[in-house]
Design a protein around this ligand. Structure first.
Ligand code: PYC
Length: 332
């Protein structure tokens, strides 16, 4: 690699960035996008670092690469790239990718209004609504999501012992609801939540092994969700999701919303077909719903849907040149 050019389309989903690589992606080996993800991580992770980290990206940067589908009945395969690595699934990333792909005609759908997408975590159906030539909203039928563990104790700096649940919605989440030592996310600054999250995530990963019951390649607790009171009426719940090393999701987080609906459903706090309006740290919302019940590894799970919107804001031709000392990004 001496010099490489990537044709990117930059968008945001409810405030969180989505950099879609529309040209310059490497050819990947594998029979499906999970196998291709492993090839990418082994040989091409420099592309993720170059496009996600400073100086070309930033702490919250997140994106995707679009590949042809391996199953001819599907419309595309999506590889997610982020500061934290290559996520099995990313909800805000999928909503942004679908918006970009439809508006820029990057994917030809089999059926108007629907994209069937292979993600490393499984098949996701994206139903999109058009307003003129623009995508107004995207509703994802996400992969099966479930409550993984309940009432796990973790010692948090400053706060003391906290109790959390762990749920899966495409990534594993520690969900920390208000409790005696934690009054709610609204009482703390984002920087504070970030520094606690890093410690809690490490401690929880030492205490409990999170492994997907049907695919052991999906493992590890990667995200921490702090919850609190919504800022306005008509909203079901609010959250701040920590990911990577320094990021709080600006969107309400699609896989996090799925995980939280699985938690609520398992605890009898949410019914099938009831709207679950989830607010982010900046006040943007996704509408979630439990579409159906299912099982994963013989245990109860839900099929969640998550609906939101994205806006394209730029065309970005990014070069990565080996003579640049920061070609592959840095973190401070
Ligand atoms: O929307 O699923 C999501 C997500 C994961 C990390 C950041 N956003």
């Amino acid at each position: 690699m001496t010099h490489k050019t990537f044709f990117c389309i930059d968008a945001h989903t409810c405030g969180n960035p989505v950099r879609v690589v529309a040209g310059g992606q490497p050819l990947l080996r594998g029979n499906n996008i999970m196998e291709k993800r492993l090839h990418f991580m082994q040989e091409y992770d420099w592309i993720r670092r170059a496009l996600m980290f400073e100086p070309r990206g930033h702490d919250m940067m997140s994106g995707s690469m679009i590949y042809p589908p391996d199953d001819p009945d599907h419309d595309a395969s999506i590889l997610f790239i982020e500061t934290s690595g290559c996520l099995p699934m990313c909800g805000h990333g999928t909503i942004g990718t679908v918006t970009v792909a439809v508006e820029q005609r990057l994917i030809q759908p089999h059926q108007p209004g629907l994209l069937r997408l292979d993600t490393p975590a499984g098949l996701v159906e994206a139903h999109y609504q058009l307003e003129g030539k623009k995508v107004k909203s995207v509703k994802l039928i996400n992969i099966p999501s479930f409550l993984y563990a309940e009432n796990i104790q973790v010692d948090c700096p400053d706060l003391g012992m906290l109790t959390c649940d762990i749920a899966y919605g495409g990534n594993f989440y520690a969900i920390i609801d208000p409790q005696p030592h934690f009054p709610g996310m609204e009482y703390f600054r984002a920087e504070q939540l970030i520094s606690w999250s890093r410690v809690i995530r490490e401690r929880l990963n030492q205490q409990i092994s999170c492994v997907h019951p049907e695919d052991e390649r999906i493992r590890g607790l990667t995200h921490v969700m702090w919850t609190g009171q919504p800022t306005r009426s008509g909203i079901t719940a609010r959250n701040a999701v920590f990911y990577g090393d320094k990021a709080i999701d600006r969107s309400p987080c699609g896989t996090g919303t799925s995980a939280r609906m699985a938690q609520w459903y398992a605890k009898g706090k949410l019914k099938k077909s009831e709207p679950f309006i989830h607010e982010s740290i900046i006040g943007s919302t996704f509408t979630g719903m439990v579409e159906a019940e299912t099982t994963v590894g013989g245990k109860p799970a839900i099929i969640p849907s998550v609906e939101g919107w994205a806006k394209v804001y730029g065309y970005n031709i990014i070069t990565v040149d080996e003579d640049d000392p920061f070609a592959f990004g840095f973190q401070v």
